[in-house]
Structure formats: structure tokens, C-alpha cells
Design a protein around this ligand. Structure first.
Ligand SMILES: Nc1ncnc2c1ncn2[C@@H]1O[C@H](COP(=O)(O)OP(=O)(O)OP(=O)(O)O)[C@@H](O)[C@H]1O
Length: 307
């Protein structure tokens, strides 16, 4: 497997408190990796370690197959990032800010400034000073700055925070374009599941400094376990019939009234008919599926009974 970035058993201790604990993250080349977790879970700290802004207390970071050291300048040139609020020269225009950044980075290619401004949708901002930009425009300028050195990996910490629905949508579309057209690998953090779910190929869930899951969205969608939920007046009798007469074994009694059957391929109306034949009084019967939200919320909140 081709990994563009990995954390290997990374731990970070701040003033005696372990804020990141033994995290093993693997970001594949070309994917959008969604980094999901509540505020304070440790996302920013991990992103700072990946960009060499903070050193792990123990463990290692690997970027483009190389171990990250304090002098890994070449490796760091291959990535762009926005971590925490990006600083701009407020009185200067978008273009002037980007020109200054290029100069600072020793990167001289005027054409790229035009192209990047076009990519992020800031081409028509002219002389407008950044202080008159909306939050969404500033976010896009931050992205332009991260993109201007043509990175292979882009690390974005909560890039949609504070944006309105239109701005969120534009950002999301832009991430997909960067991934599909420019083949950039993205690591994007958020505390909002809905956002991660819509863009990510892989999701890493972090809680209390620990990576509690790292899974491809494809496999999660594939394992959306459907089940039949039924309610009966006498649930024990229904359970007996289901197990001994109908031969179904994969079920769970939820409460005194409700049973969930996980055996595949059951059609609710057929089950209903059969149960009635055995004299079971059914109150309700329906097909359901664990939603992604249920799946992730259990992880984020720390419910160990994860489906
Ligand atoms: N420089 C620091 N010194 C001490 N503690 C810190 C420092 N930076 C972060 N922390 C602590 O580490 C924990 C993780 O913070 P971090 O910013 O990585 O979380 P996060 O998941 O990015 O959340 P948020 O979205 O709120 O930034 C928090 O408890 C935070 O207070």
C-alpha cells in the first residue's frame, strides 16, 4: 500500500497531560482522509506534528515514505497546510498576498498565481483588500496559499468552520476537484460528521487523543447492517417461534417489547405472515439500517457497544 503520510505510535504530552496517545494513522496516496472528532480530541495537535510545527513526545511521523526530522525541508515542500487561522496582510489584495507568499517561499511562477486564483474562485477580486473579504473568501485565499506551491498533500484543519451553507458547498466541491483533477491527497479535519461523510474516502475517528477507528467509507457503506425490528405483545413467545420454528438465530432482544433480527434476506411481510400463523400478535414490523451517524456517534461518544 502506498501511504503518503503515517503516524507511527505517536504520543504527545503537554505539561504532563497526554493529549495524543499512541496514534497510528495511515493516509493513502490520492485519497481524501476525513479526520473526525469533537473539539479538543487532538486533531490539531496531530496535524501540527505532521507539518513539523510540533514534535511528537514519542513515536514517529513518516511523510512520502521518509521519516520526518527537524531538517526535513524537502519533504515539507511537498505539502501545503492551513492549520488554525491563516494570517494575511489585511490591506493587500488576494494577488498581492499570494505574490508575497511566493517570494517568501522562493517560488517564482506568476502563471501559477493566476491559475490558483482561478481554481479557488478568487480570480475576480481585483484590488479588493483582504480586510473586506468574507470569511469564505479568506478561507479560499488560505487554500490558494497552501496550493500555490503545487503540493502533493494538503492538510486542512477545520476548513469549513464558520462558513455558511453556500460556502461549505463550494469548499466541498473544491476539495473533490483538487482530489479528482489535481490528484492531491487531502487530510481534512472536522467535528461535523455530515461534512466528512460527504467528501471522505477514509475516515479516522479520534476521541480523547486516541484513534478509535480508521476505516474506508466504502466498507462502512457496505456493512450497513440492515435488520428487521419487530414489536409483539408477547415478545418471548415471538422469540421462541423465531428461533425454534423459523430457524433464525441472529437476533437481539432490545427491550420487553422489541426484537431485532439480523439474519439477511428476510422480507418483513413474509415474516409477519409466518408469525401470525404461529399465533403471534405483531404490533409493528419494519426493515431498518444503522445509519452512518449512529455508527460514528457511538465511536465519538465512547459507547463501546459499536455495531
Ligand atoms: N500548546 C499546548 N499546550 C498545552 N495543551 C495544549 C496545547 N495545544 C493543545 N493542547 C491541549 O491538547 C488537547 C487537544 O487539542 P487539539 O487542539 O489538538 O484538539 P482538536 O481536536 O484539534 O480540537 P479543536 O478543534 O478544538 O482545535 C486539548 O485539551 C488542548 O487543550
Amino acid at each position: 500500500m502506498n501511504y503518503i503520510a503515517r503516524t507511527i505510535d505517536v504520543t504527545k504530552v503537554y505539561e504532563g497531560a497526554e493529549v495524543v496517545s499512541n496514534v497510528n494513522m495511515s493516509i493513502k496516496q490520492g485519497e481524501i482522509y476525513g479526520f473526525l472528532g469533537p473539539n479538543g480530541a487532538g486533531k490539531t495537535t496531530i496535524m501540527k506534528m505532521l507539518t513539523n510545527l510540533v514534535k511528537p513526545t514519542t513515536g514517529e511521523i513518516e511523510l512520502f515514505g521518509e521519516k520526518l526530522t527537524p531538517t526535513s525541508y524537502e519533504v515539507l515542500k511537498r505539502m501545503g497546510s492551513i492549520i488554525e487561522y491563516p494570517f494575511f496582510y489585511d490591506r493587500l489584495s488576494a494577488r498581492e498576498n499570494l505574490e508575497l507568499h511566493c517570494e517568501y517561499m522562493g517560488f517564482h511562477n506568476k502563471k501559477i498565481i493566476d491559475n490558483t486564483m482561478e481554481t479557488v474562485g478568487l480570480k475576480d477580486t481585483g484590488k479588493k483588500p483582504v480586510k473586506d473579504f468574507s470569511l469564505g473568501m479568506k478561507q479560499r485565499l488560505g487554500l490558494a496559499r497552501a496550493l500555490i506551491t503545487t503540493p502533493e498533500l494538503l492538510i486542512l484543519d477545520e476548513p469549513i468552520n464558520g462558513l455558511d451553507p453556500v460556502g461549505i458547498r463550494e469548499m466541498r466541491d473544491l476539495f473533490k476537484r483538487l482530489s479528482n483533477e489535481y490528484r492531491i491527497t487531502l487530510l481534512v479535519s472536522s467535528h461535523i460528521l455530515g461534512e466528512i461523510e460527504q467528501i471522505a474516502d477514509t475516515v479516522g475517528v479520534i476521541r480523547g487523543g486516541r484513534l478509535v477507528e480508521e476505516v474506508s467509507m466504502e466498507s462502512i457503506r457496505g456493512s450497513q447492517n440492515e435488520y428487521i425490528e419487530l414489536q409483539a405483545v408477547d415478545i418471548r413467545k415471538a422469540t421462541y417461534v423465531i428461533e425454534h420454528q423459523l430457524g433464525l438465530s441472529n437476533y437481539k432482544l432490545v427491550d420487553d417489547h422489541t426484537l431485532r433480527i439480523y439474519d439477511p434476506g428476510i422480507i418483513p411481510s413474509e415474516l409477519n405472515t409466518k408469525l401470525i400463523q404461529y399465533g403471534i400478535e405483531i404490533e409493528s414490523i419494519s426493515k431498518r439500517a444503522h445509519s452512518l451517524e449512529e455508527h460514528f456517534m457511538k465511536l465519538v461518544k465512547g459507547d463501546e457497544d459499536v455495531a
